[in-house]
Ligand binder design. Structure first.
Ligand SMILES: [Mg+2]
Ligand SMILES: [Zn+2]
Length: 184
């Protein structure tokens, strides 16, 4: 069975910038490469799960997002880090336009993206983790039955008071690796 670390994207892998959609604007958060390498050494594979309501809002297209994610995956590959798959939710119940305006199972905190991955890959949920910088990430993990960890990058620093004690808290992905090592 696969041990998976589910990763939020914005604010967790890359610096949070509102509705990021161009590779030129993409910047890795601190210690992401070293952190992911350390997590990989613990026997983990990676799946990205990201809410992208900018698509629903018409700020950018699914093609833009797929291109950006492909550039990110390629850059990580260059550092020896593989991403099994990038899942995204393009919907928004209120702000969505056309087909994207809907209530869905995939928008975190709903666990749809994680559950799809768990169905598709042979994933050991008891050994897997969800890492993110928002409450919706932590809850999505919990709703899918995996342990969640809050990173203080992105929005994480602003919500740490609310979630400390309920979930492990890490400065960045390098500290996430240390926490996972302790928990497994
Ligand atoms: Mg985020
Ligand atoms: Zn969705």
């Amino acid at each position: 069975m696969k041990k998976i670390v589910f990763l939020d994207r914005d604010g967790t892998i890359n610096v949070e910038k509102s509705y990021l959609h161009r590779w030129e604007d993409f910047e890795f958060e601190k210690n992401v490469i070293d952190g992911l390498k350390a997590i990989k050494e613990l026997g983990y594979e990676f799946i990205v799960v990201t809410n992208q309501s900018g698509i629903a809002r018409g700020y950018y297209t699914e093609e833009d997002l797929i291109k950006l994610n492909a550039s990110m995956v390629k850059e990580l590959n260059n550092h020896g880090i593989d991403i099994l798959e990038c899942y995204y939710c393009p919907h928004h119940i209120e702000k969505g336009i056309g087909i994207y305006k809907k209530e869905c199972e995939c928008r975190k905190p709903n666990p749809g993206m994680l559950k799809d991955a768990i169905k598709k890959y042979d994933i050991d949920i008891d050994s897997s983790f969800m890492i993110g910088d928002k409450g919706s990430d932590l809850e999505a993990g919990e709703n899918a039955g995996v342990q969640s960890i809050l990173v203080k990058t992105g929005y994480g620093n602003k919500i740490v008071d609310k979630y400390e004690g309920k979930y492990p808290v890490a400065e960045d992905l390098l500290e996430v690796a240390k926490i996972i090592k302790k928990l497994i």
